[in-house]
Design a protein around this ligand. Sequence first.
Ligand code: FMN
Length: 171
Amino acid sequence: MNPNAFFNMSYGVYIASSINGDKINAHIVNAVMQTTSSPATFCLASNKNNLTCEYIQQSKVFAVSVVDNDADMKFIGRFGFRTGRDIDKFDGIKYRIGQTGAPIVLEHTVAFVECKVINQIDLGSHILFVGEVVDADNIAEGKPLTYADYHNVKKGLSPKNAPTYIEKPKA
Ligand SMILES: Cc1cc2nc3c(=O)[nH]c(=O)nc-3n(C[C@H](O)[C@H](O)[C@H](O)COP(=O)(O)O)c2cc1C
């Protein structure tokens, strides 16, 4: 098996967010897709070690904010390489609370979808959450960032908790 074939799959780059009581958190996710149109559903895969995964399991809601092409690595790194266990990821970030209570990121984003969880599958390392859409809208003009541009233009890496992470063989 050649796992490099997986890199020819296309994805976007998103911020998946959720709540736990009055606390909010979010992480970068590429593993998001629309699964049905009527009713509209989306799924996302979140690593069990991610704080956001705990929040989604607990609250049964999530929002997905679509990251734009202009987002820099500092912005992506705050949500994708740091954990909410160590920092307040929303400190200084423009956001609003959506209908589900989950935060919607309003900078470097072009659209959002908010969902309530209707099903979930334990995949070992990750949980696949299936959510029915509660609200969605465009946020700003701009182009959504593709996962290919994240790698090829922004030279971004896939961290260990991303489903696309491939461990380098030991030299
Ligand atoms: C480009 C990129 C894609 C990622 N995709 C996923 C993903 O699909 N699922 C996932 O669980 N984590 C993914 N991650 C990793 C999480 O964003 C990362 O583990 C984050 O620090 C978790 O934060 P938290 O503990 O505050 O929830 C990705 C990170 C990056 C930078």
